[in-house]
Write a protein that binds this ligand. Structure first.
Ligand code: ZN
Ligand code: ZN
Ligand code: FE
Length: 722
């Protein structure tokens, strides 16, 4: 008889609340192994005892058959002497510190739960809070670790006998599904029900719905007046609204949907996906506002499924806030803040632990690029290759996110927003406190931006902890390199709207040669002046004037602006490629304003349309003057805007390729808001790859300022270790 052995396995990552313990239980029972499994604050721990061959089989199969929603980041195995277990048990969670288990993001309703929801014979028929271990809320209900029901916002709901028997049966899909609930014992809808909300929407009214991570404002996307009312009350002039459609067929009716787009729409994260409209009429033109895209998501919770079926309309679904404030997520607060916007409320009594907006993604290079990282993604950690000290990174100013680094894992908060409003700053402070408390985290060091006026920088300076300031664009490319595990020297291309440069000017068109976290700025756009500073961010014609003044002579531009240029008053220097886009869009007559960040650049990308050309403009060493001259020549020759837009994009690509070739390195990382531009990214990547270079783009964090907290954490952490 073979000697029995004992095998201990410890898993870290997002391994709780996904049905891991029942999987272990079933596998151990099947192989007739004894021992136990439990959720620990570090993740999942288990021991199995039996013949060595069986233990090997167990370990292999566990790896292969892990639950679909689990994200295993670390795996440790230990062989021990047998102790003579007589059964296999699921043990209560252990509560020892530190808390390092990753919390799962909220997961969209799974196929089985959807089927039950619509099955009149099922006891959860029409029940808006149906969930199981494969789906349902996680991050927005957890208040503490380990992830057990008393540590969630479901703690006030005692399970009925039927729910409890599901919850305690390892063979059941709801075994230890912490938010498990049914119509008898779980949360319920308050005030006006689904039917009356649907009726109100059909009648053109605005409904505030308590969703997964906060309140959403809903309106009929087919009624121009309803959408206009929402825009007016929300004080949102042109920024596009997201939409929710009941199923993939409806999405196809209005949009081009590639198989990869469909995969994103139907993924567990169920984000808003940017899609090209296919021209079918029906959606009110003021939904997309100034954007050429539709942002569409599928229902992400049973409540959304039920409402969308009931009203049968594509709905505008936008964050419950005014303008660019943070999303409202508490009932009282929502009634106060949204009372003047919504005509009615559809709310319920399941509390939301923390706000979490809908995420926004776009397909680039055949893969997902996250533009806003929140529901469905946060707070999954990003794994980095080098271990980091305990750094708190407070991010940028716009599209703010914060992050904490522990070892090789960096936990990023959900999208917080622009830190202009006092409310956003409060949400920012709450997010920091929340992450630190949840993960029992004490920072040794705070990383922030170099910009002295960012609210996040000012918070860092006040917090009383050691602070390291990280240059904005270096943080951008470091984030891209870190999430891709780039080793060795690389060329970092950081193009965005603006960031504070080490020389005090506004950067945004930078190339860095990076080795061992040392940055050499090897190239940048030829500087130009921003006439009126912030006003030039909104009005591309001011940027255009600065270019035209140089190319055609100062006499050609408005006297007031000329004086500003001549005296340099209120006209800071910049190397921003984002602004270059605005200026060219203005000169080409494609877009004159940015009512929201990136509007003109998006219009210029869209203007290319189906045009395919290798024609380009000269942009020698980043000097825009010859480029502007040729744009003007094209305009005189009545070249179509599509061609001008394509040539402009191609010129930028050529510049990247030529700097890369001269740099002598074989790896290129593209980061910054400009690289949300699909044409630019795909063409640059293809050209560089054709020359044998490896190109890295963002996958887990946004290329825009939503990703810089990661880069700050990595660079500040490395400087402390150095
Ligand atoms: Zn489910
Ligand atoms: Zn129940
Ligand atoms: Fe930036």
């Amino acid at each position: 008889m073979t000697q029995k052995q004992r095998l201990r396995i410890q898993l870290s990552g997002a391994v709780q609340g996904v049905g891991f313990r029942p999987r272990v239980y079933r596998l151990a029972t099947e192989l007739d192994l004894k021992g136990w499994v439990l959720n620990s604050t570090a993740g999942l721990a288990l021991e199995v005892e039996g013949p060595p061959a069986k233990l090997e089989e167990f370990a292999t199969r566990l790896e292969r058959e892990q639950p679909a929603a689990a994200v295993v980041l670390g795996r440790r195995r230990l062989r021990l002497a047998a102790v003579g277990y007589t059964q296999f048990q699921i043990r209560p969670s252990s509560g020892t510190r530190p808390k390092t288990a990753a919390i799962l993001p909220d997961l969209a309703t799974c196929a089985e739960c959807r089927r039950e929801l619509l099955d009149p014979t099922d006891r959860r028929f029409g029940y808006a809070f149906t969930n199981c271990t494969n789906c349902g809320p996680r991050y927005t209900i957890v208040e503490d670790l380990p992830y057990d029901r008393p540590n969630t916002t479901l703690r006030g709901f005692a399970m009925c006998p039927e729910c409890l028997s599901e919850y305690t049966d390892p063979r059941n899909r709801r075994f230890h599904a912490q938010p498990n609930a049914c119509p008898r014992c779980g949360p319920c809808i308050e005030s006006a029900g689904i039917e009356s909300a649907a009726r109100a929407l059909r009648e053109g009214r605005i409904v505030a719905l308590k969703g997964m991570g906060g309140f959403q404002l809903l309106a009929d996307a087919t009624q121009i007046e309803a959408v206009a009312r929402l825009r007016e009350r929300k004080a949102r002039e042109q920024k596009p609204f997201g939409m929710m459609m009941r199923d993939i067929e409806t999405v196809r009716r209005f949009c081009h949907v590639s198989p990869a787009d469909q995969e994103l729409l139907e993924s567990r994260a169920a984000p808003i996906v940017l899609l090209k409209p296919n021209g079918t009429p029906g959606i009110a033109p003021n939904v997309a506002g100034g954007s050429p895209y539709y942002g569409v998501m599928l229902p992400c919770s049973p409540l959304h499924h039920l409402l969308l079926r009931e009203c049968g309309l594509p709905l505008v679904a936008t964050s419950g806030n005014r303008s660019d404030e943070t999303i409202a997520f508490e009932d009282q607060e929502a009634r106060e803040r949204l009372g003047g916007i919504a005509d009615g409320f559809l709310t319920h009594n399941r509390p939301i632990a923390r706000p979490c907006d809908d995420s926004v993604v776009r397909l680039t290079r055949g893969r997902e690029t996250i533009l806003r990282r929140a529901r469905g993604y946060a707070p999954l950690p990003v794994r980095v290759t080098k271990s980091l000290p305990a750094v708190l990174a407070v991010g940028g100013h716009l599209k703010n996110t914060v992050a904490i680094a522990r070892g090789t894992e960096v936990y990023l908060s959900q999208h917080i927003g622009d830190l202009e409003a006092i409310e956003a700053r409060q949400a920012f402070e709450r997010a920091i406190a929340d992450l630190c408390r949840l993960y029992d985290f004490t920072p040794e060091l705070v990383a922030c931006d170099l910009h002295p006026d960012y609210a996040s920088t000012q918070w860092a300076q006040r917090c009383g902890m050691p602070v390291i300031r990280v240059q904005h664009h270096q943080a951008h490319v470091a984030a891209c390199a870190a999430e891709n595990g780039v080793e060795g020297p690389y060329l970092g291309v950081a193009w965005d709207g603006s960031g504070y440069g080490t020389d005090g000017t506004v950067w945004g068109g930078e190339f860095f040669l990076v080795e061992q976290n040392r940055f050499e700025r090897v190239a940048h756009l030829r500087p130009f002046r921003l006439i009126g500073s912030q006003a030039a961010v909104r009005e591309g014609c001011r940027v255009a004037a600065a270019f035209l003044g140089e190319v055609l002579g100062a006499a050609e531009i408005e006297p007031a602006w000329r004086r500003m240029l001549e005296r340099g008053i209120h006209s800071p220097w910049t190397t921003s490629v984002g602004r270059l886009f605005d200026g060219v869009a203005s000169i080409a007559g494609v877009a004159q304003r940015n009512c929201f960040e990136g509007q003109a650049a998006m219009a210029l990308e869209w203007a290319i349309g189906p045009v395919v050309t290798d024609e380009t403009y000269p942009l020698p060493d980043g000097d825009w003057e010859p480029l502007i001259r040729e744009v003007l020549a094209d305009l005189r020759n009545r070249a179509p805007a599509a061609l001008i837009a394509a040539r402009f994009h191609n010129a930028l690509v050529d510049w990247i390729v030529s700097v890369a070739e001269h740099s002598g390195v074989r790896q290129v990382a593209l980061s910054g808001g400009v690289f949300q531009n699909r044409y630019l990214v795909e063409r640059a990547a293809a050209r560089l790859e054709a020359r044998g270079l490896t190109v890295y783009t963002h996958r887990q964090v946004p290329p825009n300022d939503g990703g810089i907290a990661l880069g700050q954490a990595v660079l500040a952490g490395a400087s402390l270790c150095a």
